[in-house]
Design a protein around this ligand. Structure first.
Ligand code: NAD
Ligand code: COI
Length: 331
């Protein structure tokens, strides 16, 4: 089978080469993303494998249809950046990699929460400004005394529920499609109750349009004074302007943002261009009670290995049988 992989990063390439060696499949590796001006490299290939947070556009799917390429597998979970109508129109079946390591993302949400509850950024900030004694005013909170509200009890949300429970936190969750897993160490609540009762609000839901700004000024006002917000899911879930206002007023005690609302090509490329002009980003970076990370919640050795090998295996299954377990059927 002839496969082309786009968006390959240096950490993925050894796993890709190892997979090709073990399976004997022909794998061409490209670091560039799958875009209207790079899709032509796929001409003559049987299937495409990808990883990117920028859009999979109609122009890409139109070309795939023209080249007779019917299968695309993603090395990641989120599919909010896919033009599914264009994929269907061009007969492209798409599969993602939903369970490469839900624990990786859940652990990162817990890491951010602990950091913010113990006010590590604020303590460091005080110390960096020569205030050794001042940092002792920054008293922390223990997870076992906190209520954690998890929005979205899917794969990652359920892993987070287990982890937070392990720390002794009281965990509640909201999900319109409750899990049948009755071993979950938490209680389901509605959204209003969750927002009002939680010291930590932790998001694990997809960035589909219906969830756009689910955390807006109104939701933030419903949250407890002194609550902490964690977003390792997708940037569009949080109204950043409203969140900054809540941080500035002190209503929100802290925020952990791994997925920033304006995760544009300009932000992704700032290492090359040396600039990214965004006043909200600059404002958040200056706040010692905010953790801003560059979409790395997933980024562990286990996850990267699984993203590559699982997604390439789904692609060869699609190519040989026409189906695989992770085909995405948008609702
Ligand atoms: P999943 O499909 O297993 O679970 C998502 C859950 O959210 C489902 O149970 C669904 O019913 C629920 N849901 C949807 N809309 C909701 C809403 N408005 N309110 C409450 N619940 C809602 O997905 P997952 O594997 O848990 O992943 C969740 C998201 O995490 C992905 O869509 C992706 O955007 C994000 N993610 C981020 C990273 C990262 O590195 N930062 C890595 C992987 C995934
Ligand atoms: C996902 O798997 O959905 C992520 O957010 C990880 C990222 C590398 C795209």
């Amino acid at each position: 089978m002839k496969i082309i992989a786009y968006g390959a990063r240096v950490d993925e390439i050894p796993y890709m080469k190892q997979w090709a060696q073990e399976t004997g499949d022909e794998l061409t590796i490209k670091e560039e993303l799958l875009e209207a001006d790079t899709v032509e490299w796929a001409k003559g290939y049987d299937g495409i494998n990808c990883l990117q947070t920028t859009p999979y556009s109609a122009a890409v799917f139109d070309k795939m249809g023209e080249y007779g390429i019917h299968y695309l597998t993603l090395r990641n979970v989120g599919t909010d950046n896919v033009d599914f109508a264009a994929a269907a129109k061009n007969g492209v079946t798409l599969a993602n990699t939903p369970a490469y390591s839900p624990e990786a993302i859940a652990e990162f949400a817990v890491t951010m929460t602990l950091n913010l509850l113990r006010r590590v950024g604020e303590v460091e900030h005080a110390l960096r400004h020569g205030d050794y004694a001042g940092s002792t005013r920054l008293i922390g909170r223990e997870l076992r005394s906190q209520t954690v509200g998890i929005i979205g009890a899917g794969r990652i949300g359920r892993a987070a529920i287990q982890m937070f429970s392990g720390f002794g936190a009281k965990v509640i969750t909201y999900d319109p499609h409750p899990s049948k897993d009755d071993t979950l160490a938490c209680r389901y609540a509605d959204m209003d109750e969750l927002l009002a009762a939680s010291d930590v609000v932790d998001l694990h839901i997809p960035g589909v349009p219906a969830n756009d700004h689910i955390i807006d000024a109104r939701a933030l006002a419903q949250m407890k004074p002194g609550a902490v917000l964690i977003n390792t899911a997708r940037g569009n879930l949080v109204d950043t302007a409203a969140m900054i206002a809540a941080l500035e007023s002190g209503h929100l005690a802290g925020a952990g943002i791994d997925t920033y609302e304006h995760e544009t090509a300009a932000l992704l490329d700032m290492a090359h261009t040396g600039r990214f002009s965004d006043p909200q980003w600059d404002q958040l970076q200056k706040m010692p009670n905010v953790l801003l990370t560059p979409h790395v919640a997933y980024y562990t050795e286990t996850a990267v290995h699984n993203m590559v090998t699982f997604s390439l295996t789904y692609l060869t299954e699609l190519l040989t049988t026409g189906t695989t377990e992770t085909i995405v059927h948008p609702k």
